[in-house]
Write a protein that binds this ligand. Structure first.
Ligand code: EPZ
Length: 422
């Protein structure tokens, strides 16, 4: 069993380059199914969630390959089998993002109910409701979502919640539907905009991505293109908050500052000194972070994916912090494991109250989801002694070369133990 050992209380110093966004990569890869021509995605991170999407598309019969590090080339011909088997779908929730493109291009899809991290109930009712409104017949059989259509047609769709995945699925489906689709209360996340930009470069007629009303006028077919995906704003935020946990002076490079606006505001409230450049952010911090109050919200609000990391940092806050989780109904599964560092945290389904302490102590801990894994690393960086972290497979889902990047910043981090049989 591999373990990540981190000796805490060493400040982070130096530069770290952000990788391509996981939540763009897993949405843009399925979009390549919308054309029979070659689509090349650049700046794709080498993480296991991308690996699973790659495997699913390979098994479907697309021709997919790494042209070189970071560049995935996909060509989906007519022989694609529009099925996502349970064995693979259960690996990640993004497997639900095959529904829209498969329906639009092949007129049918069979996708096992998605899996992914354990954070609250993660239904896909909004995806299914929207696809039905576009003219798909959708039912559930033996744990599979079955979908078929004689041809999708444009429709006005209102999302009860600005769901990122539902917006992405419906936007992809609508590109080849007959007529105009309007998605109201659409998600505005940068990854949704990145997907829209790819679709537009493929010839789709998409307007309004990044606002809460997206208009898609269907076309007969789409063509291939080349597209560089955006940097990972959650990885960028993870490193910035990590420096708050143990102090330091770091520069995060290849980031789009606008994508982390809410995060930067909260970092300043917590006492960070920031210098923001065109594609880099310089942060310096020393001593304990100031306690803050945060609500996680859909973009452009504070991102829920940084909430676990924030709880970890605020265990050493000067004062009491209150963190309100407004996106997921049960995303404090990391609190019990974080308490093993000595953190004083009280949480119910939606709110965590953290009484900061001057020092935390290292502990053996185990990650059971991706962002919890990041939170355990951040807590370890600020704890006295050597922390042993298991469950590294969760961290590898979304952070490319995480321990190498940390070590390059001066963290005393190293992997021990043999590679567990996958
Ligand atoms: C995306 O998940 C991200 N994943 C998540 O990141 C992120 O936390 C989330 O958006 C919110 O920003 C990817 O992009 C692959 P949602 P998604 O649909 O699309 C409810 C990470 O760590 N909902 O916006 O699944 C849902 O239960 C991951 O990188 C419905 O009720 O999120 C949740 O409470 C974790 N019905 C809320 O909406 C639906 O049909 C937000 O979900 C869909 C969603």
């Amino acid at each position: 069993m591999q373990k990540l050992l981190i000796e805490g209380e060493h400040p982070l110093e130096g530069k770290v380059v952000v990788s391509g966004a996981k939540n763009s990569a897993v949405a843009l890869m399925p979009a390549a199914l919308l054309t029979d021509q070659k689509v090349v995605l650049e700046n794709v991170p080498d993480i296991s969630d991308v690996g699973w999407m790659f495997e699913i598309m390979k098994q479907m019969g697309t021709s997919i390959r790494w042209q070189r590090r970071g560049a995935v080339e996909i060509k989906a011909g007519s022989r694609v089998i529009p099925v996502v088997p349970h064995e693979l779908a259960k690996r990640l929730r993004a497997s639900s993002l095959f529904l829209g493109p498969l329906l639009a291009r092949y007129g049918k899809a069979r996708v096992s109910f998605p899996g992914g991290c354990e954070i609250g109930s993660r239904p896909i009712d909004l995806h299914m409701k929207g696809l039905r409104e576009l003219g798909a017949k959708i039912w559930v059989e033996h744990g599979y979502i079955m979908a078929e259509t004689e041809g999708l047609r444009g429709e006005e769709i209102y999302l009860d919640f600005p769901s990122v995945g539902a917006t992405e699925n419906l936007m992809m489906a609508a590109t080849l539907a007959r007529g105009m689709t309007i998605i109201y209360n659409a998600a505005k996340e940068p990854e949704v905009v990145d997907l829209a930009n790819l679709l537009i470069m493929m010839g789709a007629k998409v307007k309004g991505a990044g606002t809460d009303v997206i208009r898609i006028e269907g076309v007969d077919s789409l063509s291939g293109t080349q597209h560089t995906i955006i940097p990972d704003r959650i990885e960028a935020g993870t490193f910035l908050w990590a420096a708050m946990a143990c102090g330091g002076d770091i520069v995060v490079e290849d980031v789009i500052p606008k994508h982390v606006e809410a995060v930067l505001r909260k970092l300043e409230e917590a006492g960070a000194k920031l210098h923001v450049g065109g594609d880099s952010i310089h942060l310096s911090a020393k001593g304990r972070p100031r306690a803050i109050q945060v609500k996680t919200l859909p973009y452009p609000g504070f991102p829920t994916d940084l909430q676990p990391v924030l709880v970890a940092v605020m265990m050493k806050g000067e004062g009491t912090s209150i963190i309100n989780e407004r996106v997921f109904d049960n995303r404090f599964g990391h609190v019990d494991e974080l308490k093993r560092f000595g953190g004083l945290i009280k949480s119910d389904g939606r709110t965590a109250v953290i009484t900061g302490r001057p020092r935390l102590s290292a502990a053996p801990v185990t990650a059971s989801d991706l962002r919890m894994g990041a939170a355990l690393v951040v807590a370890a960086l600020g704890a006295e002694g050597v922390t042993e972290i298991e469950g590294l497979q969760y961290i590898y889902r979304g952070y490319e070369r995480f321990e190498q990047k940390l070590a390059a910043l001066g963290a005393k981090a190293r992997i021990v133990g043999i590679d567990a049989a996958v």
